[in-house]
Design a protein around this ligand. Structure first.
Ligand SMILES: *Cc1c(COP(=O)(O)O)cnc(C)c1O
Length: 447
């Protein structure tokens, strides 16, 4: 954890100089309320002035510890030096031509990196897009086209985005789908492996899911099985070992495209380049976005060359997909991940955080489960003695952390999961201090 290298002008400390949010943020919140749609939510209404390393500084001068990374995006830190430099050079040279009109090298360089870094040594190709949702939509388009089949299998607690097709793929109604239907067809949901709640082995959970597919959908009708190797918004659910491999093997046996949605887990977050690497699982297609480009909007579908090339020329694309500035940012971000071994940094974050989170579980029966991998860790909060979700406690702990200048997020189908996604470049002192704040929040609320 070498936060200092990334700190730039931002001092790496937690420091509160007003209440949170402060007066300037409250002023901006009033302006916001007048013109920004109420449908766009906010976790913590402090308006940001600058950010870097493991710190976010607000317009009142409060300096907060960031355990959210803008939802797993700024893994390399905010305004990471290599990203800033690459973006500045690109933005001064040209900002857009549309890759489908006149191409440029940055797009190709990103696809080369994706071919090298994503799981498996087979020939791979990629297509670039603007958002994770768009990447997932295109992965489904490609899988349907390549197989000539329509059904897409997804899992309980899945999150794949907010566009029309990806709403259908996402599990949770409130807030993502509520009154936004009708949803796209030929989407089939089956049970996820969720060891804390089902107690099944990976093989048992896979058999449960795949039997349902065979009975209710039919393998021969199935274009794709789409799964997050560690679920994100669904609550950092880590499937039991063997679950992903069993899905991949079944897909291979039945000509079904196995799509890993690595949008939240990818690019060093879980301590490997991709979460599938931990079990040596090789998906046919991988979707990426969030951590890839240091905060600029960029997403990709990467996969087996024969699947990616099955689509007719012109069938994939979009005006901004693979924008040159976003591609430059991705090249700078990936360089940072390599040069600073951010997978190793994620594993060191786990080594610092996990014992502290486990100590909370030992102390408080409300902590039902501690799980996650690398710098993607979570606490699932329940009523003592069982598995009944406690979203009220999760919200209260999160708010207590916010008030003390630590940005934490909640997640989970039941809203009862505290999730931690620090920038991979956060300094160990800051991380420890954030954990002290979390400890104090538990002590205050549960004493
Ligand atoms: C965030 C996320 C998406 C959607 O990405 P957007 O860029 O918000 O459209 C899809 N899948 C997973 C696993 C995600 O975490």
């Amino acid at each position: 954890m070498t936060g200092v290298l990334h700190a730039g002008a931002v001092e790496q400390v937690r420091r509160l100089v007003t209440e949170v949010p402060g007066p300037r943020s409250r002023e901006l919140a009033a302006r916001r309320a007048a013109t920004v749609s109420a449908g766009v939510g906010t976790t913590l209404p402090v308006f940001v002035e600058r950010a870097g390393g493991g710190v976010v500084v607000d317009v009142d001068g409060n300096s907060l510890i960031d355990l959210g990374s803008g939802i797993a995006v700024v893994s390399v830190g905010n305004a990471a030096p290599r990203v800033v430099e690459a973006v500045q050079q690109q933005v001064a040279a040209f900002t857009h031509t549309c890759f489908m009109v006149t191409p440029y090298e940055g797009y190709v360089a990103v696809c080369e990196a994706l071919a090298e870094l994503t799981p498996g040594t087979h020939a791979k190709k990629s297509a670039l897009f603007n958002s994770g949702s768009e990447a997932v939509e295109n992965a489904v388009k490609i899988a349907r086209h390549a197989t000539g089949r329509q059904a897409v299998v997804v899992f309980d607690h899945a999150y794949h985005g907010r566009t029309n097709l990806t709403m259908a793929l996402t599990a949770k109604s409130m807030p993502y789908k509520h009154r936004f239907g009708p949803f796209a067809g030929e989407v089939y949901r089956v049970p996820m492996s969720y060891p804390f709640r089902d107690g099944l082995s990976g093989a048992e959970a896979a058999a449960r899911a795949l039997t349902q597919v065979e009975v209710q959908v039919g393998a021969g009708n199935t274009a794709a099985v789409l799964v997050e190797p560690v679920q994100g918004e669904g609550g950092f659910v880590v499937p039991a070992p063997g679950f992903l491999r069993a899905l991949a093997d079944w897909c291979a046996a039945h000509g079904v495209v196995f799509i890993a949605d690595e949008i939240q887990t990818g690019f060093c977050r879980t301590g490997d380049w991709f979460a599938c690497d931990a079990e040596g699982v090789v998906p046919d297609l991988v979707t990426t976005a969030k951590g890839m480009a240091g905060g600029l909007p960029l997403a990709a579908v990467t996969g087996r060359a024969e699947i990616m090339d099955a689509v007719h020329p012109g069938g994939l694309g979009g005006t901004y997909g693979g924008n040159p500035v976003a591609c430059a940012a991705a090249v700078g971000a990936i360089e940072t991940m390599r040069a600073e071994d951010l997978s190793g940094a994620a594993r060191r974050i786990e080594a610092v955080m996990l014992p502290r989170l486990q100590a909370l579980a030992a102390r408080y029966p409300q902590v039902g489960d501690v799980r996650g991998r690398g710098a993607m860790l979570a606490l699932e909060l329940v009523q003592p003695g069982g598995v009944e979700p406690d979203p009220v406690l999760a919200g209260a702990i999160a708010r207590a952390c916010h008030a003390q200048g630590v940005i934490v997020l909640t997640a989970g189908s039941y809203g009862n999961v505290l999730r931690f996604l620090p920038p991979l470049v956060i300094g160990e002192d800051l991380l420890t201090e954030a954990l002290d704040v979390l400890d104090a929040a538990f002590a205050t609320l549960l004493s």
